[in-house]
Design a binder for this molecule. Sequence first.
Ligand code: ADP
Ligand code: MG
Length: 341
Amino acid sequence: MSNYTPLSELGEFGLIKRLNEKIELTQPSTIKGIGDDAAILEPGEKQIVVTSDMLLEGVHFDLTFCPLKHLGYKAVAVNVSDIAAMFAKPTQITVNIALGAKYTVEAVEELYEGMRLACENYNVDLVGGDTTSSRTGLVISITAIGEVAKGEAVLRNGAKENDLICVTGDLGAAYLGLQILEREKQAFMADPEMQPQLEEKQYIVGRQLRPEARMDVIHDMKERDIKPTSMIDVSDGLASELFHICAQSGVGATIYKDNLPVDEQTLEAAMEFKLDPITCILNGGEDYELLFTVPLSDYDKVKNHPDISIIGKITDKSEGINLANKHGQSFPLQAQGWQHF
Ligand code: ADP
Ligand code: MG
């Protein structure tokens, strides 16, 4: 343990100085990053989008199975995902952390290494933050800033009857990845000699521990001239997000059960846990994929896209929100989502 530096040895200012050494600024709109009382940004003619997410130890993450580096990456990715869901480009983040006494300088550096990696991947500058102590667990609160041309942002309220409902990637994996991690943790606590068996579950465990924001699809849609009429990112689960789009757009929707995208590992894990795979896909959450609608006239542009599935259509509000099977039967969809309180 002697290789670890207690936080008290560096102090708050020393820690920030040390973290700042590895931070590079690349965004043209960043004028001043860490080091003064506030950062300075110069976005020009663009509109600014701003979003925050807070992660608490014991509520949103469990450090027994979540490496700090992954946690740092995820904390940035979930914020970038919200910027992506506005059809905007993330440009800067600020990072607030509250650290317990048990944290070492090296642990904080691991966390920041994950954040640095995410910043590099998404092309985002880390321009500031705040550091304080916590008497409970670790708290990470990130604010992300993004830019979008005037009038180009995509909101939740623009879905129209006959629009196609699309989703990126596959669903339900992060939820089942978490079930696997929880099970392995229980097994480990019962018998510390037990080694976790995760090789065949790598994809779904990775989806839980280190999700990606779908900025790749956003760039691609802009290139192909696809402009969604409404969009939201899937953090609480597809059903819950679809309810938001329908409520705010004043429309109904039909989702086709057979079109829902799912990975083989997700299906296998659902079987293992005796969970209904459709429930996991619809209500799993933490997938950080994008749910969006496009006009029917964009059908050709989305139909062969490798990362986009067409999963349903927008209907009149009076029809409600339904799940249809291949026999043409429809049942009202239940949105479970996650209750925080
Ligand atoms: P103040 O006392 O004015 O809040 P701080 O000492 O907290 O100033 O911050 C000094 C500089 O370091 C600021 O630029 C701030 O944004 C940055 N900073 C502080 N904590 C963090 C952190 N955890 N991550 C990134 N930047 C930080
Ligand atoms: Mg401060």
